[in-house]
Design a protein. Structure first.
Length: 171
């Protein structure tokens, strides 16, 4: 979870996906170093062929690209850098640590955090990433009901536990 504090009180909490094993999000005390509303990764993204079909969905910029294809940088909108290349930003949450070190959050929350913090705002990262298989990774993507994908990207963006932030947080 990511928490936004004002005068020491929690005013917003967001679900997150942090760095996966091998790319852990570093614990510690940091500050927001810069903010960029429309940021793209210079290191990670996907590789598409000449027709625009994805060839590698989790690609590094230095991977080989097929003739006519290209590397497409991953979008990291509402980016708030806090440690080296790591930052908080809008992104997909699969239900387990999955990033290369960044802290992903649903777009509505990333907007709220982005609009509430300034360069220099303190950031504290704590907790630990479990090693081994994460809960959710071993679950089937195809449930038995209705033939609908179980992938959370195809369901409602928020359950009752994580309602969107209240309207004053919108830009």
């Amino acid at each position: 979870m990511a928490y936004l504090l004002q005068d020491g009180r929690q005013v917003l909490a967001s679900p997150i996906s942090s760095g996966r094993y091998g790319h852990l999000t570093q614990n510690g005390s940091f500050k927001v170093l810069d903010k960029e509303r429309t940021h793209y990764s210079s290191m990670y993204g996907k590789i598409v062929d000449a027709q625009g079909n994805t060839v590698a969905a989790d690609a590094d910029a230095d991977m080989s690209v097929p003739r006519g294809g290209k590397f497409v940088p991953a979008p990291m909108h509402y980016f708030m850098r806090f440690n080296g290349a790591d930052g908080m930003h809008a992104g997909y949450l699969p239900g387990y640590p999955a990033s290369h070190g960044c802290v992903r959050m649903p777009e509505q929350y990333a907007i709220a955090f982005f609009n509430s913090v300034s360069v220099g705002t303190p950031v504290t990262v704590f907790g630990r990433t479990p090693t081994g298989r994460y809960l959710g990774q071993s679950q089937s993507r195809f449930p038995g009901q209705g033939g609908r994908f179980a992938d959370p990207r195809f369901g409602p963006p928020f359950g009752p536990r994580f309602a969107p932030p209240p309207p004053p947080w919108w830009p």
